[in-house]
Design a protein around this ligand. Structure first.
Ligand SMILES: Nc1ncnc2c1ncn2[C@@H]1O[C@H](COP(=O)(O)OP(=O)(O)O)[C@@H](O)[C@H]1O
Ligand SMILES: [Mg+2]
Length: 288
C-alpha cells in the first residue's frame, strides 16, 4: 500500500507547533507521502489526497461556520466532518454527562440567558466553541465574572460554567491519547488559566510531562470514548485520534474536562517513538 496524506494546520502555524515531527517519517516508512497545508489555503486540492488529517487548525473558533463548511467539502477527512461538528461545541459534555460519563459539572448559558446565581467558591467561564484556552477565565462571584460572561455572550457565545477543579493546580490535567480507538500514551498538562498566550496568539503555551495514568483514569477515558461512539453511531476505530482530558474531582475520582477529536496536541515529544508508529499504523488502517 502507498498513498498521500495532508496534515492540516492554520495559516499562522502552517506546520503546527512541531510536536508531530516524527509522524510524517513514520508514515513514509509505511509508504505514505505527507505534506502540510492550512485549511483555508484555496490553492490546495484536499480532494486529491488519500487522507486529510486535521492536526493544528487552531484558528477555527472565530470562523466556526466557515470551518465546518470546509470540513464537509473534504472527502476523506479524519476525524470526519460529523465528528468535528459535534466536538467543536463543548455542549457535548452535557450529552456525555446524560449518557452516564463522569464529567466536570457543567451549566450551559445561552447567549441571551441572564447571569445565573454564581456558585460558591471558584468557577470557570469559557465559550462553548473555543480552543487553546482562549476566552476561558477563573473567577469568584462578582463584577469581573459578570463582565466576562456578558462579553462572551455579546459575541454570540454559549458559555460553559464549571466549578474550578483545584487538582489542576497540583496534579494538572491528564491527557490520554488514543489512535484508531486504541490507547497509545498519556501526558500531564499544568494549569492553563492565568498564563500568557503564545506569540502566535492562538493558544496558551502548554507545560507538558509524561505520565502513567492510574486505572480509574484509564477506565473513564474508555467510558468517554464508548459513549461518544454510541452517540455518534460510529465505531471507536473510526476515530483516527482522540485525546481525553481528565482531572481529579474534589473526592479524587476522575472527571472528564474535555474530549478532543479535532485538533489536539498529541504529546509525541512526551513519549516514546513508537507512539508515532502507532499513529502511522492507525492512518493506514483508516484506508484499509
Ligand atoms: N473547570 C475547570 N477547572 C480547572 N481548570 C479549568 C476548568 N476548565 C478549564 N480549565 C483550564 O482551562 C484550560 C482550557 O479549558 P478547556 O476546557 O480545556 O478548553 P480548550 O482547551 O478547548 O480551550 C484547561 O486546560 C484548564 O487548564
Ligand atoms: Mg483543553
Amino acid at each position: 500500500m502507498s498513498g498521500s496524506a495532508i496534515f492540516v494546520a492554520c495559516s499562522t502555524l502552517p506546520e503546527g507547533d512541531g510536536d508531530e515531527h516524527a509522524v510524517p517519517e513514520a508514515l513514509a516508512d509505511l509508504g505514505f507521502k505527507t505534506r502540510w497545508a492550512a485549511w483555508d489555503d484555496t490553492t490546495v486540492d484536499f480532494g486529491a489526497a488519500d487522507i486529510v488529517v486535521l492536526r493544528a487548525t487552531w484558528d477555527y473558533a472565530e470562523r466556526h461556520d466557515e470551518f465546518l463548511s470546509w470540513t464537509e467539502s473534504v472527502p476523506s477527512l479524519s476525524n470526519s466532518a460529523e465528528v468535528v461538528r459535534w466536538n467543536t461545541d463543548k455542549s457535548y459534555l452535557a450529552e456525555l454527562g446524560d449518557a452516564g460519563v463522569a464529567v466536570v459539572p457543567t451549566t450551559l448559558i445561552a447567549p441571551d440567558d441572564k447571569a445565573p446565581s454564581w456558585p460558591k467558591g471558584e468557577f470557570v467561564l469559557k465559550p462553548a466553541i473555543g480552543a487553546g484556552s482562549r476566552g476561558a477565565g477563573r473567577f469568584t462571584a462578582g463584577d469581573a465574572a459578570a463582565a466576562h460572561l456578558s462579553g462572551l455572550q455579546a459575541d454570540g457565545n454559549t458559555v460553559l460554567l464549571q466549578p474550578y477543579q483545584s487538582s489542576v493546580d497540583s496534579d494538572g490535567e491528564i491527557a490520554l491519547v488514543y489512535f484508531g480507538g486504541v490507547y497509545s500514551h498519556a501526558f500531564s498538562k499544568a494549569a492553563m488559566l492565568g498564563r500568557e498566550l503564545d506569540e502566535s496568539g492562538l493558544y496558551v503555551t502548554e507545560k507538558l510531562a509524561p505520565v502513567q495514568p492510574a486505572a480509574g483514569f484509564r477506565a473513564l477515558a474508555e467510558d468517554a470514548l464508548d459513549a461518544t461512539a454510541a452517540l455518534l453511531g460510529i465505531l471507536r476505530a473510526e476515530l483516527l485520534y482522540a485525546r481525553v482530558d481528565l482531572v481529579a474531582g474534589p473526592d479524587g475520582r476522575p472527571l472528564l474536562l474535555e474530549l478532543e477529536l479535532v485538533e489536539p496536541s498529541l504529546g509525541f515529544r512526551q513519549t516514546e517513538p513508537a507512539a508515532a508508529w502507532r499513529f502511522a499504523s492507525a492512518v493506514r488502517q483508516q484506508l484499509a
